[in-house]
Design a protein around this ligand. Structure first.
Ligand code: AMP
Ligand code: MG
Length: 476
């Protein structure tokens, strides 16, 4: 069902990623049919550096809605964002403040009073009338002390007077500025001030950060540490948050064994279920690890059915062109609608996105991603495609990818045609951020991925990125 239009990549870093011709038939690349079209690669010829493919076409009597096929990265991303916009979170629940981390607000949080609630001193020093410092040095009468959490006894500060004040304390009425302790010399009941201050200096006026009743965190805000501080500041010991969506994780492959099993000589430990669970949790959702599915259509079908009963299903493996890559075929039995069956990216090109019903007649369809089995591909495709959908299921507006710019440490050469997200190391100081690829053996190399702290993004039209060039980086 997948129709790759290029040489089937081994997904190694150095492999050919040229996708010159499209393998999809029909205007606009869409096929709407009650029959499934399988385009299988028959043979490849290498003629003078260009690759040509011949296709064997087989029609299967399976109901498949739309098959948009293999999309360029921006279109694939847009397809996910479009679907994400139609989604709604589950019911809200009450959460204690510390439990809100990473979750999404189901209520607006407003300022319960002015912030700051009093004119707050931002320096240790003396509160005074700035106009008293017209001639320097100026000597003022010290009439008292204001500590954080207290106020000036007697209240008002008259002209010619000063009050010793600490950071965070309320500036007394009458005073319009604070002079820093460093520019003063105390002599008993008076203070000599050596430097002028402007009105308003070293204080934050009442209500200047927020007015009582002002919206601080709208519903849909994801709670990070700053948001938690805001909620704490307005006295929200508990708040309404959306329930975490339950995300099924289904690793497929005959070669897989679980982490606690002793692998045979040709078996591989299942790492994807664990890395994905970590990514799902970091995205504020609840991972549900399903048992490993063998490349057997009957068992796979049962496990997919269980996964489609959750809020989102993430499958790994079984989405390439191999004889035992059965995921799409089995999904089609659940009346699946595919939004794309591949993306022009590396790693992760065979990625699949769609929705299906756990049972014929089920009220709603469940979205699924078929992520490629190679562990780095799984990680990358989660970050660039799954996150916006998870945001929406969590109740947040689908987030945008945020790219940084950094100087490239060493030249990178690739083939054109794919947007590449290559494991890289971002390093350097404030004024010189540099990025370099990590050495890797391709998209199975998890150890390389663990040495990386970002992805270097290579646009599809670039064959060479020169050392010293400003390049795009996606943080991980
Ligand atoms: P596939 O996408 O099924 O063709 O798998 C591609 C590669 O990824 C194979 O080398 C698999 O052994 C490996 N792989 C697939 N699933 C997993 C998994 N859950 N954990 C670790 N490696 C995997
Ligand atoms: Mg497999």
């Amino acid at each position: 069902m997948k129709c790759h239009s290029s040489v089937e990549q081994s997904e190694r870093g150095e492999s050919d990623g040229n996708v010159g011709a499209t393998g999809w038939v029909g205007a606009g690349g869409f096929i709407r049919s009650s029959a499934r079209l399988r385009l299988a690669k028959d043979d490849t010829f290498n003629r003078g550096g260009s690759v040509e493919l011949q296709w064997r076409i087989t029609l299967y009597p399976v109901t498949v809605h739309a098959q948009p096929g293999i999309l360029a990265f921006p279109e694939a991303r847009r397809a996910v964002e479009e679907q994400a916009r139609t989604l709604h979170p589950g019911p809200a629940e009450l959460a204690a403040l510390p439990r809100s981390r990473g979750r999404v607000l189901a209520e607006d949080i407003v300022a319960d009073r002015d912030f700051p609630p009093f004119p707050r001193a931002t320096r240790d020093g003396y509160a005074l009338h700035s106009a008293d410092l017209a001639a320097l040095p100026a000597t003022l009468n010290v009439i008292g002390e204001v500590r954080a959490g207290s106020s000036l006894a007697g209240g008002l500060l008259a002209r010619g007077e000063a009050a010793e004040i600490m950071t965070g304390a309320p500036v007394p009425e009458g005073a319009d500025a604070v002079v820093m302790l460093e520019y003063t010399a105390r002599q008993g009941a008076s203070v000599e001030v050596r430097r002028a201050v402007a009105a308003g200096e070293n204080l934050v006026p009442t209500g200047s950060e927020a007015r009582a009743g002002q919206l601080l965190l709208p519903r849909g805000t994801r709670m990070g540490f700053a948001e938690i501080a805001v909620a704490a500041g307005v006295g929200k010991a508990q708040m309404s948050i959306y329930g975490a969506p339950r995300v099924g994780i289904l690793s497929t492959g005959d070669e897989l064994v679980d982490v606690d099993a002793h692998p045979g000589p040709h078996q591989i430990r299942n790492s994807n279920s664990y890395s994905l669970a970590a990514q799902v949790e970091a995205a504020g959702a609840e991972p549900v690890r399903l048992p490993i599915a063998p490349d057997d259509p009957v068992v796979l079908k049962h496990l997919i059915e269980a996964g489609l009963a959750l809020h989102l299903l993430l499958l790994t493996g079984g989405v390439s062109m191999g004889k035992y890559d059965l995921v799409e075929q089995v999904l089609a039995q659940f009346d699946a609608e595919f939004f794309f069956t591949g993306a022009q990216i590396q790693p992760g090109r065979p990625v699949v996105f769609g929705r299906a019903r756990s049972a014929p007649g089920a009220e709603t369809a469940t979205y699924f991603f078929g992520l490629p089995g190679n562990p780095v591909s799984t990680m990358v495709t989660f970050e660039i495609f799954v996150r916006p959908l998870l945001d929406a299921l969590c109740g947040a507006p689908p987030g945008k990818l945020r790219f940084l710019q950094a100087r490239l440490g060493a030249e990178v050469r690739t083939k054109t045609g794919l947007t590449r997200f290559l494991p890289a190391q971002l390093s350097g100081e404030v004024d010189r951020t540099e990025v370099e690829l990590v050495r890797w053996q391709g998209s199975g190399d998890v150890a390389a991925m663990a040495r990386a702290n970002c992805f270097l993004v290579v646009p599809p039209d670039r064959e060479r990125l020169a050392a010293g060039e400003l390049v795009s980086v996606l943080l991980r």
